[in-house]
Design a protein around this ligand. Structure first.
Ligand SMILES: CC(C)(COP(=O)(O)OP(=O)(O)OC[C@H]1O[C@@H](n2cnc3c(N)ncnc32)[C@H](O)[C@@H]1OP(=O)(O)O)[C@@H](O)C(=O)NCCC(=O)NCCS
Length: 180
């Protein structure tokens, strides 16, 4: 469990079931899709897949209720056991975890929820004995991922319906030795 910036608002990150991410995916990442019910990824339940949710205390009206969890969901991401093969990478298969569908509600941007999710994701990667967290980042989030320590691995490419992306990675090896 990871805590966010308590100086602004307390954010707690927990593992949640995949179904708990759908409303957030719809609102934040895939508003062009017809409903939250279709905001699924075919590997959501695959071995190694796990889903993290950032919660704030209380029942803020714009927060998302997740049955079985206290507070309201304000951010989420999913982690998948997928090797980065979009580009040639300086680490072996089995050492990396893919971060996908990362987002926070517009109402909490700047509260530290995104950072708390990345910190917890990094803990999950380390707990698996792995040392790289990678993602295909949207252009609007480049600055966020850089702030979190990710580096770019390629030039911009386009994903239909979504826009420009670049692949980014966070070196969690200690001491860092991947030369990212
Ligand atoms: C990108 C996103 C997840 C950031 O979430 P957030 O909750 O605002 O992030 P935080 O409040 O934890 O910010 C952590 C730090 O990153 C900085 N930051 C956040 N977004 C940033 C951006 N777009 N560019 C530069 N810096 C950014 C914050 O200022 C903060 O810096 P600080 O530590 O100096 O205060 C959120 O803006 C979002 O969901 N965007 C839309 C969906 C999206 O693009 N997701 C990524 C898909 S790849």
């Amino acid at each position: 469990m990871s805590q966010g910036s308590a100086d602004k608002h307390e954010v707690v990150v927990r593992r949640i079931p995949a179904v708990g991410t759908r409303e957030l995916r719809h609102r934040v990442l895939w508003p062009h899709k017809p409903s939250p019910d279709v905001c699924v990824i075919d590997i959501d339940e695959a071995p190694g897949a796990l889903h993290l949710g950032a919660f704030v205390a209380g029942e803020v009206p714009w927060g998302i209720e997740v049955p079985g969890f206290e507070g309201r969901l304000v951010g989420a991401c999913s982690l998948f056991d997928q090797h980065c093969n979009r580009v040639a990478v300086p680490w072996a298969e089995g050492r990396d975890v893919r971060l996908r569908v990362m987002g926070t509600l517009p109402e909490v941007r700047g509260w530290g929820a995104g950072a708390a999710i990345v910190r917890q994701a990094a803990e999950e990667v380390r707990a698996q004995g792995r040392d790289v967290l990678w993602c295909d980042a949207r252009e609007v989030a480049f600055g966020f991922y850089e702030r979190m320590g990710f580096v770019f691995l390629n030039d911009t490419y386009n994903i239909p319906d979504i826009g420009p992306h670049r692949t980014m990675a966070l070196d969690l090896s200690s001491p860092p030795h991947l030369n990212l």
